[in-house]
Design a protein around this ligand. Structure first.
Ligand code: FUB
Ligand code: ZN
Length: 683
């Protein structure tokens, strides 16, 4: 029966590459995202980033895996001899890059890439043990005792090591990649590896089975749900739920709970606060949303709602970054958001996008897209340079000596995560539910939205968006399909003066100079336009070619942060549209000296200091700059503090560190009192 189901799904999947929904799967998210394969982005902002991901990042990441990570598979497969090299969970990087490459293959034919990916999959399949086990650190270790490493990698001595081997984290990435590859190519060579592995997991972990502990690093939950979607085999969904429900409980486990750092201190349905390792947490909340959507279990939703309030109300950087401390790569207590030591791991910021997207799919509420957009345009994009081959692991907001992105890392989770995330970005732009068409993000694109109820029947809706967002807030939407349906165009929170969603009557970040008279508008002839929280709602009967225009005035705003965040007391930063700005010292000139200032912390950005904007096509692949005169505070010999003018150009935060080492700062003192004056040198 199962194999018949699988065959059915295989056939439908290969030919349509649309949402694969097995008949037994009754539950899903109420809102359906429009797949990235159905969206053609053509704008000046995302198109170059998507091209760079395809042409630079993915090949670059594969190349970086050639010396160790890919040979590890070949060695485990016995295709070549040699020891395991690298970090025990390095296999996951290769899986993530294959996931990204599969997204590229889903969009366009590329024989060379297809062949290369198959050659890597051949090694991976060869590395899989007879019973489905796949973890090169251990297989190599046992296969070649002559290459005994200096230390035994976790998981190498014994299968299913806990709580450090990351074997189940690797597994999650294996499943996500295999599903992506199958959907893109229709080939089963990788999917069969994943299924064999997942079957081993299902036979090994569970009540009355040999192993009964949850993963130390969440990720397998997301992967199992994807396997469930594509195969229709409910045991994978049950397994994901089993892993989630085991957390924070000692009954049913022979291995003790790992504690708060691992989100294993309380049953997941009772958790209300984000604690511990931020990537694990983000993947867990995403997995909870997935399982809730597939099973209809609302208790997960109650928990992730409470946790979301905690994060958005107290633990979210203005850049959308999360996980403020390097210690354990973790969430700190509420309101602890240091700028210079901000960790904000790129993977955690990507996980925040995944989680918020799922929260939207549950609710259809735009506040989740507000948070998603903030992370996406700021702390995710800052993880990669404009060329696409250098990466930040932490994303600080204050770099007194400047910083440079690295070409690669020993632990390269972030580059490989970017390589799979970026190509899928167009999948966050649109969504559908019944007769609703959601436009959530604004990027010039043409899309086919499948499964919309048009004139009461399921149909495709084609739509075209023309815009220069995020540089300009005007958007023209042309509907290319006839019929009656409703368009919901998101009104970004920033465009109505809400820097971040309000939680329990408070906002963690607030605009201080928002001009309320500049409100978003929607002009549509002959359509009924309503305004709901977070959306313009346009209903009526459309004729192909009908269009409407949106305008989200982009004011240059100053943002202050809740005073319980000690690091930001007396400071403000700049935001325009969805973009947070920063200043690099190389873009500042002290009028008196003609030189760059020696410390950005001495520069006052007064609340009333005028700022102007200028689009610079010659800078950083084209950016809207914000220009202003800040005041440098100087400590005079007599103890007084004087100020002198500094002409500064602020650039979008995502684009910093692309022109060599230069000090960078996001938050600036609002007054002389909050500044750290410089002591002038004698020369
Ligand atoms: O442990 C796997 C990945 O490496 C984590 O998600 C990152 O935080 C890094 O530790
Ligand atoms: Zn990472």
């Amino acid at each position: 029966m199962t194999s018949l189901k699988t065959l059915f799904v295989a056939v439908t999947t290969v030919f349509c590459l649309t949402s694969v929904v097995w008949a037994d799967q009754k539950c899903d998210y109420p809102v359906t995202p429009v797949k990235f394969t159905d969206v053609r982005v053509s704008d000046c902002f995302w198109r170059p980033r998507l091209d760079a991901a395809r042409d630079v990042t993915i090949p670059d990441c594969f190349q970086k895996c050639e010396p160790t990570r890919i040979p590890n598979f070949a060695r485990a497969a016995g295709m070549e001899q040699g020891p395991f090299k690298g970090i025990y969970y390095d296999d996951s990087d290769v899986y993530k890059i294959i996931e990204g490459a599969s997204y590229v293959l889903a969009l366009e034919k590329n024989e060379e890439l297809d062949k290369y990916v198959d050659s890597v999959i051949e090694k991976i399949a060869g590395a899989q043990e007879e019973d489905g086990y796949l973890y090169t650190a251990r297989t190599i270790y046992l296969k070649y005792p002559q290459y005994k490493p200096l230390y035994t990698p976790p998981g190498a001595g014994e299968r299913w090591s806990k709580p450090v081997g990351n074997e189940l984290y690797n597994a999650g990435h294996l499943y996500e990649a295999a599903v992506a590859h199958y959907l893109a190519t229709g080939k089963r060579n990788f999917l069969d590896v994943a299924i064999k592995h997942a079957d081993l997991i299902c036979n090994t972990f569970g009540v009355d089975k040999k192993q009964n502990w949850p993963p130390e690093h969440q990720e397998i939950e997301i992967g199992l749900v994807k396997l469930y979607r594509v195969t229709g085999d409910k045991k994978y969904l049950d397994q994901a739920k089993y892993f989630l429900d085991l957390r924070g409980r000692s009954e049913g486990r022979t291995f003790p709970m790992y504690g708060r750092h691992y989100q294993d201190h309380q049953p997941v349905v009772e958790q209300t606060e984000a604690f511990g390792h931020a990537v694990r947490a983000g993947y867990m909340y995403s997995g909870m949303a997935d399982v809730a959507a597939m099973t209809g279990d609302e208790s997960y939703v109650k928990a992730i709602n409470a946790i979301w309030n905690n994060v958005v109300g107290t633990k979210l950087y203005v850049t959308g970054g999360v996980g403020s401390t390097r210690r354990g790569e973790a969430f700190e207590d509420s309101y602890i958001l240091p700028n210079d030591t901000a960790y904000c791991e790129t993977c955690a910021n990507i996980a925040n996008v995944y989680w918020n997207h799922r929260m939207f799919l549950w609710t259809g509420e735009s506040k989740y897209i507000d948070v998603l957009e903030r992370s996406l345009y700021n702390s995710v994009l800052s993880g990669i340079n404009l060329v696409g081959d250098h990466y930040f692991y932490p994303n600080v907001l204050d770099a007194p000596n400047g910083r440079e992105r690295s070409a690669w890392f020993g632990c390269s989770c972030c580059p490989s995560n970017l390589s799979r995330f970026l190509p899928s970005m167009p999948g966050y732009i649109y969504a559908v539910k019944d007769d609703f068409v959601y436009i959530n993000l604004y990027a010039q694109s043409e899309a086919t939205l499948k499964g919309v109820t048009v004139d009461g029947k399921p149909a495709d809706v084609k739509i075209k968006v023309e815009t220069k967002y995020p540089w300009d807030g005007s958007v023209k939407v042309t509907v290319l399909t006839d019929g009656a349906f409703t368009v919901k165009a998101r009104i970004p929170g920033w465009s109505v003066g809400e820097a971040v969603p309000e939680v329990d009557g408070n906002r963690l970040h607030t605009f201080i100079n928002f001009d309320k008279s500049q409100q978003p508008t929607c002009a549509a002839d002959g359509k009924d336009v309503k305004r709901e929280p977070g959306y313009f709602v346009l209903s009526g009967t459309w004729k192909a070619g009908d269009s409407f225009t949106l305008n989200f005035p982009m004011q240059t705003l100053k943002v202050v942060t809740d005073e319980r965040v000690k690091a930001d007391v007396g400071l403000s930063c700049i935001q325009r549209g969805p973009l947070v700005y920063c200043i690099e010292a190389q873009d500042c000139v002290v009028k008196e000296t003609g030189k760059a200032p020696s410390s950005l912390h001495a520069l006052v950005l007064a609340d009333d200091s005028p700022l102007s904007t200028e689009f610079r096509s010659d800078l950083l692949n084209g950016v809207m700059t914000v220009k202003g005169t800040l005041k440098e505070c100087v400590q005079e010999e007599n103890g007084t503090v004087t100020t002198r003018d500094v002409n500064c150009i602020a650039i979008p935060y995502y684009s910093w560190a692309n022109r060599g080492l230069s000090p960078m700062l996001v938050y600036f003192p609002r007054t002389v009192d909050a500044a750290t004056p410089v002591v002038p040198t004698k020369d």
